[in-house]
Design a binder for this molecule. Structure first.
Ligand SMILES: C[S@@+](CC[C@H](N)C(=O)[O-])C[C@H]1O[C@@H](n2cnc3c(N)ncnc32)[C@H](O)[C@@H]1O
Length: 251
């Protein structure tokens, strides 16, 4: 299409705006895959896909990528899925889920999962739920949840027993990967864990050693050990390719 006006020519190239916008949007993402040995969809023979694939963002806060500690926890869930009873189906809550990786993995293995993080991460978690529908069916719910809501908090006081429609007595596992990151929220994370596990849920938490985070790890473990029995999961129980001396998994 062209328009002539005086001695200048304006050329307008007509494009499919929606397709162009979509192409630009897609460039914000890169993927992380994880092969699962015990995927429910593969066992039921309803899909040949056994790779969990999540989108990560090139630009964003720490929650926009999958951290190594999440891979260790996810592969532990895969390896131990039968012993953990994920296909019962267990109810799993993931805190500080980022991309939603561990909760999505639990759901692919047969669990129902509630994956939560701050508002900034919600779109990415929803995107990853939609991306993995074949593996997870409708077993995953995404919610914004700030641990600050627990500490003395609105949600806890408003309804002590309910977490996004689930009675906390139903929760079997709480997943936390690499969330000992922020000085201001160590206590809030502890309070959230304390509340959500108060009716018997098991906490599975992984983290990576970082010198600058050592005081936060020490503070969290001091709090948690005052009330919980805490065990480091031995490297024998972890997947051989998804373990490292600087990555720790506790329950
Ligand atoms: C280092 S990232 C880990 C993300 C993911 N668990 C993983 O391992 O790939 C820490 C996560 O904690 C979340 N987070 C930080 N403060 C939080 C808070 N007060 N309430 C809920 N989530 C929080 C961040 O948004 C981020 O997704």
């Amino acid at each position: 299409m062209s328009f002539t006006g005086g001695d200048s020519v304006v050329v307008v190239v007509a494009t499919d705006d929606a397709a162009a916008t979509e192409a630009v949007n897609e460039k914000q993402y890169f993927t992380r895959d994880l092969s699962l040995d015990n995927c429910l969809a593969a066992a039921a023979d309803t899909a040949t896909v056994v790779d969990l694939t999540v989108d990560q963002r090139f630009i964003g806060d720490v929650g926009c990528v999958v951290w190594d500690a999440a891979l260790v926890l996810a592969k532990y869930l895969d390896r131990q899925s039968s012993r953990l009873g994920l296909r019962r189906p267990a109810l799993v809550v993931e805190l500080g889920a980022g991309t939603g990786f561990c909760g999505l993995c639990a759901a692919a293995l047969g669990a129902r999962a509630v994956i939560t993080d701050l508002a900034d991460c919600v779109d990415l978690m929803v995107r990853n739920v939609n991306k993995n529908r074949l593996l997870i069916g409708d077993r995953v719910a995404v919610h914004e949840y700030d641990w600050a809501q627990t500490a003395g908090g609105d949600q806890q006081l408003a309804d002590e027993q309910l977490f996004f429609g689930h009675n906390i007595t139903e929760i079997n596992y709480i997943l936390i990967s690499d969330c000992l990151y922020y000085a201001q929220s160590v206590r809030q994370l502890y309070d959230t864990v304390d509340w959500l596990s108060s009716k018997g849920a098991t906490v599975l938490m992984s983290y990576e050693d970082r010198d600058d985070k050592r005081p936060l790890v020490d503070k969290f473990f001091k709090l948690i050990k005052s009330k919980f029995i805490v065990n480091e999961i031995s490297s024998d129980e972890l997947h051989a390719d998804y373990r490292s001396p600087d990555l720790h998994l506790y329950n």
